[in-house]
Design a protein around this ligand. Structure first.
Ligand code: ATP
Ligand code: MG
Length: 369
């Protein structure tokens, strides 16, 4: 897949701008607040229908306009496809493909795949465990469409079980152990499916992330990623064995759960531990180390998606060179191969070597132009 062109109309600070991508590498250079991230955001929206920054379409439409539009032409293996997202400040967005309206988001997704890395992604290391769980979920949704419904099922069971625990705590219902154990069983069944998938994903991502991490950090640092559920199980365990371990842990926590009125065991409480040279990256990593780590995770995500869907997703790098030292900058830039279409933003071109500058297409952006 290759993004050939992007046409932004009344999107963020762009009034009307057509951008043609004539090389696999594009550098968008400009001062602060000129529209670099806005451009990447538009591409990311085509891939995910979500912004990495806001959730309201009103913010995406240019101030003073009522309709904003992102139009893109992508070269697919068989034929080019034209994609349009129309954003409205006062009503719902609409989607179209090759001039035909697409009512379901599901049918639009998958035309463009993209991996974005911006400073916001530092939350993957610095943020709460939820940030890391959400990351795994986002990757799994792209790789296994069924995962979305598994996640919904689990969250529904969790909400109901929590509601029951809460009313037990408040003394609102007479405690019926049988009713609770029904929810326990459902939580364990659906939760096991999520936990095993996430754990397998971490296992697949780990060697790729380690390879990238060594490449970017120059080989001196050892990255480890571990998926840590609230109960122990072995990879060789059957589904039933994992469910048993899950249930046993719920039973062990029964009194605390009823006292706190909430579910304490399950994938909603699992953690993904990231360590560099056996030290937790969250507490001890330097800015540059944390940035390197997130980059390695994102590049691993890219490679895994490529292996599974058969072609590389777009790589969107939003101002990521700024906090890397020269060695890491070069390692990263050298690691990006031409088969991966890359759009990278920067405030100055000084970080790029001559080879990059020669092969890349460079756009300067100034106030949305
Ligand atoms: P930095 O180097 O600081 O990251 P940037 O070039 O990435 O800057 P953007 O995040 O793309 O900057 O934002 C550019 C400008 O777009 C900002 O000044 C912002 O106020 C403006 N902007 C954001 N949303 C809208 C909107 N809906 N309408 C008009 N302008 C907007
Ligand atoms: Mg920016």
């Amino acid at each position: 897949m290759y993004l050939k062109s992007l046409h932004l109309r009344h999107f963020r600070n762009y009034s009307d701008q057509l951008v043609g991508f004539a090389a696999p590498k594009t550098i968008i250079v400009g001062n602060n607040a000129q529209g670099k991230s806005n451009l990447l955001e538009a591409v990311f929206l085509l891939a995910t229908l979500r912004s990495h920054r806001v959730s309201r379409d009103r913010d995406l439409v240019q101030d003073g306009a009522s309709l904003g539009e992102i139009q893109a032409i992508c070269d697919r293996a068989l034929s080019p496809v034209e994609l349009v997202i129309r954003l409205r400040s006062e009503s719902r967005r609409t989607l179209a493909m090759n001039g035909v309206s697409v009512p379901r988001h599901l049918d639009f997704l998958g035309q463009v795949n993209a991996v974005m890395f911006s400073s916001l992604d530092l939350d993957l290391v610095r943020g709460s465990p939820e940030c890391r769980r959400t990351w795994l979920d986002t990757v799994l949704v792209q790789l296994e469409p069924i995962y979305t419904s598994l996640l919904q099922q689990y969250n529904q069971v969790l909400r109901q079980r929590n509601a029951l625990l809460k009313s037990i705590r408040q003394g609102g219902v007479t405690f019926d152990p049988q009713q609770l154990s029904l929810w326990d069983a459902q939580l364990a069944t659906t939760g096991t499916r999520l936990t095993r998938r996430r754990s397998r994903l971490v296992q697949r991502l780990t060697p790729i992330a380690q390879k990238w991490h060594q490449a970017i950090s120059g080989g001196s640092e050892q990255l480890q990623i571990t998926y840590t559920p609230k109960f122990e199980f072995a990879d060789s365990d059957t589904v039933e064995q994992v469910q048993q371990a899950f249930l046993a842990q719920i039973q062990q926590k029964a009194i605390v759960e009823q006292r706190q009125g909430t579910s304490l065991v399950g994938p909603h409480r699992d953690e993904v531990n990231l360590t560099i040279n056996e030290t937790p990256a969250r507490e001890y990593g330097s800015q540059g180390q944390q940035r390197t780590l997130v980059l390695a995770l994102k590049l691993a995500e890219l490679e895994l998606i490529e292996a599974i869907i058969g072609e590389p997703p777009l790589l969107l790098l939003d101002d990521v060179l700024a906090e890397l030292d020269l060695l890491r900058q070069n390692q990263l830039l050298n690691a990006i191969e031409d088969r991966v279409q890359t759009i990278i933003t920067t405030t100055h071109l000084g970080s790029f070597d001559a080879k990059w500058l020669d092969s890349a297409q460079i756009f300067e952006v100034q106030a949305g132009k």
